[in-house]
Design a protein around this ligand. Structure first.
Ligand SMILES: NC(=O)c1ccc[n+]([C@@H]2O[C@H](COP(=O)([O-])OP(=O)(O)OC[C@H]3O[C@@H](n4cnc5c(N)ncnc54)[C@H](O)[C@@H]3O)[C@@H](O)[C@H]2O)c1
Length: 430
């Protein structure tokens, strides 16, 4: 197949950049656009800013000249396909915030020309592509299905999971009409190993929400079981590990301190919001969100109890090392991380909560945690004289044996020590 189509990717973040690089690697002339000009400059200098997007992949794409990052939106005039990968966060009332999708669609509309394929990749509620993006594009006077083609294909990146490359992850694609579906299938089929076409835009949008609601609900179940079994004196991690020996009908999900990142705490809320609007509340999904959001409070209670039992005083006046600020191991993303919530909760109780994270040297400015912006990771040597450690994210880069040897108390929300064979009377699972 000739790779003569020119493709633009709007939004070069955790989802968009790997996709842009996969397109470039497949041989497409790929234009990366982003409103963050500092990020564009970093990318052109060969820095991805993301640990899981290796410098080698970016360097290869730049060297091949198949990938360029630019703030020159007029270059959209020359592309054949545009993929929109901008954020879809929650607003202040935890309602869907489509402002970035709308802004990106307006940018596309300015440069829309007959024959172009536009694909929304951002995770969103079913109906967004048809009800929100299509009218913005049609305001140009061009007609969907006649002049331009519209599709939806959800990103399925799993940052930090070295087991999967973008090209190896099957792509679900839905089109506004058969021609749009055919074009999108052809484009993605040239980049990824398998394309899964579905009957409509809305089905493709619903697939992504189903995948992440599935994870959110199962993590909530694991968290609930941790609390229930914990009250019975049973170790939930041991239970799940043993249950996972069943070769069928069971898939292990692990308890933890809560959920984080751009997907699991956010996407099910998009589903719940749309289901409520449709008059059929997604009660299970909403409950899962509540259980997961409550987990930092349970961890705080367990920390307080462990401190009192071991050290004779509670959180107030104690110096507790929060280990891991990222929302999951192996990455530097702190969005919605339960670690940040726990730092705030400990400090609200009168404790001191420095953090150590080998992948997060400094906390960025996040709207939900303005007071934490600019805080720096405590160097490992300075961290070891804290009263206790609270393991929130179990990066492999940490020496858990040294940690447990140095600390009178280690409260472990991930079974980080147990899974690495580190034992000790100072370790409390929570
Ligand atoms: N992070 C993940 O692991 C992941 C996985 C699958 C799907 N997704 C979905 O992909 C979408 C993007 O998420 P992300 O994690 O990549 O976000 P991100 O914040 O990492 O990246 C988004 C990028 O879009 C840019 N941007 C925002 N508004 C823009 C605009 N109007 N024009 C141009 N650029 C704009 C930002 O500057 C940023 O660089 C979301 O819908 C998310 O749910 C994310």
């Amino acid at each position: 197949m000739r790779r003569s189509a020119r493709v633009a990717v709007i939004g070069l973040g955790y989802a968009g950049l790997p996709m842009a690089l996969a397109l470039a690697e497949a041989g497409f002339a790929t234009l990366g656009l982003d409103r963050d000009t500092a990020k564009l400059a970093r990318l052109m200098a060969g820095e991805s800013g993301m640990r899981h997007v290796g410098a080698a992949a970016l360097a290869a794409a730049l060297r091949s000249r198949h990938f360029t990052a630019t703030a020159d939106w007029t270059r959209l005039d020359a592309v054949d396909a545009v993929l929109i990968c901008v954020p879809t966060p929650l607003g202040p009332e935890r309602q869907p915030d489509l402002s970035a999708v709308e802004a990106a669609a307006r940018s596309v509309a300015w440069h829309l020309r007959p024959g172009q394929l536009v694909v929304l990749e951002s995770t969103t509620w079913p109906g967004t592509t048809r009800q929100v993006v299509q009218p913005i594009l049609e305001a140009t006077g061009l007609r969907c299905g006649e002049d331009f083609f519209l599709a939806y294909s959800p990103e399925r990146e799993d940052p930090g999971n070295a087991g999967f490359r973008t090209a190896g992850i099957p792509r679900v694609v839905g089109g506004a009409d058969p021609n749009a579906l055919h074009l999108a299938e052809t484009l993605y089929g040239a980049v990824v190993e398998r394309v899964v076409p579905v009957g409509s835009l809305e089905t493709a949008e619903a697939v992504k929400l189903t995948e992440n609601a599935f994870r959110a609900v199962n993590i909530a179940l694991a968290n609930e079981l941790k609390l229930a079994f914990g009250a019975m004196g049973i170790d939930a991690w041991e239970v799940v590990a043993a249950a996972a020996s069943k070769p069928f009908g069971f898939m292990p999900f692990w308890p933890g301190p809560g959920v984080g990142g751009h997907c699991i705490p956010v996407d099910p809320q998009y589903l719940a919001w749309k289901a409520r609007a449709a008059g059929v509340p997604a009660r299970f999904v909403e409950l899962a969100g509540e259980i997961n959001a409550d987990m930092p409070f349970h961890v705080l209670t367990a920390l307080e109890a462990a401190l009192r039992a071991r050290l004779g005083r509670g959180v107030a006046g104690s110096r507790i090392l929060v280990l891991g600020a990222a929302y999951k191991p192996g990455i530097e993303d702190v969005r919605e991380s339960p670690a940040l919530r726990l730092i705030e909760l400990i400090e609200a109780q009168g404790g001191d909560a420095p953090y150590h994270d080998p992948l997060v040297p400094e906390l960025p400015c996040l709207p939900e945690h303005p007071g934490l912006a600019g805080r720096r990771s405590l160097p490992w040597a300075a961290a070891l004289d804290c009263d206790a450690a609270l393991i929130v994210t179990d990066h492999d880069e940490v020496d858990y044996a040294a940690l447990c040897a140095a600390m009178p108390l280690v409260v472990d929300t991930r079974d980080a020590c147990g899974r690495r064979g580190v034992r000790g009377s100072g370790i409390v699972k929570a």
